[in-house]
Write a protein that binds this ligand. Structure first.
Ligand code: KG4
Ligand code: ZN
Length: 338
C-alpha cells in the first residue's frame, strides 16, 4: 500500500470535490467547490440544483486537482468515488464520471462510503491505529462509530431525529441569525449567559449512546415566543443568552454520550469529524471527557473535518490495499449504512 496514489471524487451533498492523495498521507491536491450561494435563497440544499452543479463542476475539479498535484491520470494507481449515501443525483454524477475516467485510463475503480471517508480521516491526518472511537457531528449526520478496520465499523448510537448542525442552523433561523447557523450561534453564545435559560438535556436519562436534538430546537422556539410575548420582542442579550444555553445543552449531551461510548469501547483515542466539530465549547467538553477516560483527543483540521475528496481518496487506498475492486456495475446508493 505504501506507494499508492489515488484520485478521490466526492459529490454526495453540496460540495463538489476532487483530490489526489498518497498512501503516506500526503495530500497532493484537495479541491472543494461549495454550493452555499446556490442554495442560500432556499433555506436548505435543493437536490436538483445540487445535482446540476455537480455535473457542471466535477470535471473541472478533477482537472484542477490533477494540475495542482502535478500528475496525469495515467500516473495514478486508482480512482475512488463516493458511491453513497447522499443525494442520489449528485452521487450518480460522481460515479458516472469516475467510471468514465476508469474506463478511459484502465485504472482500477473503488466505490467508497461517504461516512467511511469521515470515519477514516484520523488515519489520513495522524496515522491513528485501529481501533478508535469516532464521533461524527455534521449538518446531516450524528453518530458514534468504533472504527476497527477500513471496512469494520461498529455503530454505537446516533441521533434519532435531527443532526446537531441542523439544530444549530434551525436555532439561528429562529433567532434571525445568519446561516450557516453554527458559527453565528457560537459567536452570539460567546457573549451570553448559559445559565439564564434552562434547556432540556434530551435522552440523558436513557441508557446507551443515542441522541436527540429536535426537542431542544422546540424549547428554543418556545423560549423565544415567551420572551417575545412578555416584552413585545427579543433584545440582543436575549438572543445571546438563548444561544449560550442551547450550545451548553448540545455540548453537555454530546459529552455525556461520548463518556458512555468511551467507557463501553475502552478506545484509546477519541476523534471527531464534521462541521460541528469546529465548535470550541464542544471541543473543550470532548477534550475533558477524553482526558478523564485516559484517551487521546484528536480533531483533524477543519477543511478535512467537513466534506472533501481527500478522505475519499484515502478510503480508496485502504480499501484497494485490502483487495476491493469495483466494476462498471458500481451503483450509486442514496442510503448506505456502514
Ligand atoms: O460537515 P459539514 O460542513 O457539512 C455536512 O453537514 O455535511 O457541516 C455543516 C454543519 C452546519 O450545520 C453548520 O451550522 C455546522 O456544521 N457548523 C457548526 C460550526 N461550524 C459549522 N456548528 C456549531 N458550531 C460551529 N462553530
Ligand atoms: Zn459529510
Amino acid at each position: 500500500m505504501s506507494d499508492l496514489t489515488f484520485l478521490g471524487i466526492e459529490s454526495s451533498c453540496d460540495d463538489t470535490a476532487a483530490a489526489v492523495v498518497r498512501a503516506d498521507g500526503t495530500i497532493l491536491a484537495s479541491v472543494v467547490a461549495g454550493q452555499t450561494a446556490l442554495h442560500a435563497d432556499f433555506g436548505g440544499v435543493v437536490p436538483e440544483i445540487a445535482a446540476r452543479a455537480h455535473a457542471e463542476k466535477l470535471d473541472l475539479c478533477v482537472e484542477d486537482a490533477l494540475k495542482q498535484a502535478g500528475v496525469a491520470l495515467r500516473d495514478l494507481d486508482g480512482i475512488a468515488v463516493t458511491a453513497g449515501p447522499g443525494l442520489i443525483g449528485g452521487v450518480m454524477a460522481g460515479v458516472m464520471l469516475a467510471k468514465g475516467l476508469a474506463a478511459g485510463s484502465g485504472l482500477p475503480l473503488v466505490g467508497v462510503n461517504h461516512l467511511a471517508g469521515h470515519a477514516l480521516t484520523p488515519r489520513l491526518t495522524d496515522g491513528v491505529a485501529y481501533p478508535y472511537l469516532m464521533l461524527l457531528v455534521s449538518g446531516g449526520h450524528c453518530q458514534f462509530l468504533e472504527v476497527r478496520g477500513p471496512q469494520a465499523f461498529q455503530r454505537l448510537g446516533g441521533t434519532i431525529d435531527d443532526a446537531p448542525g441542523e439544530a444549530f442552523d434551525k436555532v439561528a433561523k429562529l433567532l434571525g441569525l445568519p446561516q450557516p447557523g453554527g458559527p453565528s450561534v457560537e459567536a452570539a453564545a460567546a457573549l451570553g449567559d448559559p445559565r439564564r435559560f434552562a434547556f432540556p438535556r434530551p435522552l440523558l436519562d436513557r441508557p446507551g449512546c443515542d441522541l436527540s436534538f429536535s426537542g431542544l430546537k422546540t424549547a428554543v422556539l418556545r423560549q423565544r415566543d415567551d420572551l417575545a410575548a412578555a416584552q413585545g420582542g427579543l433584545h440582543e442579550q436575549d438572543r445571546r443568552d438563548i444561544c449560550a444555553g442551547f450550545q451548553t445543552a448540545v455540548a453537555a449531551v454530546l459529552a455525556e454520550k461520548t463518556r458512555r461510548a468511551l467507557a463501553q469501547t475502552q478506545a484509546p483515542v477519541l476523534a471527531v469529524a464534521g462541521g460541528v466539530a469546529a465548535n470550541q465549547t464542544l471541543r473543550t467538553a470532548l477534550q475533558d471527557v477524553a482526558t478523564a477516560a485516559g484517551a487521546d483527543f484528536l480533531a483533524p483540521p477543519l477543511r478535512l473535518c467537513t466534506d472533501n475528496a481527500a478522505m475519499i481518496a484515502w478510503v480508496g487506498i485502504e480499501a484497494y490495499a485490502a483487495g476491493q475492486r469495483d466494476g462498471m456495475d458500481l451503483a450509486a446508493r442514496p442510503r448506505w449504512p456502514l
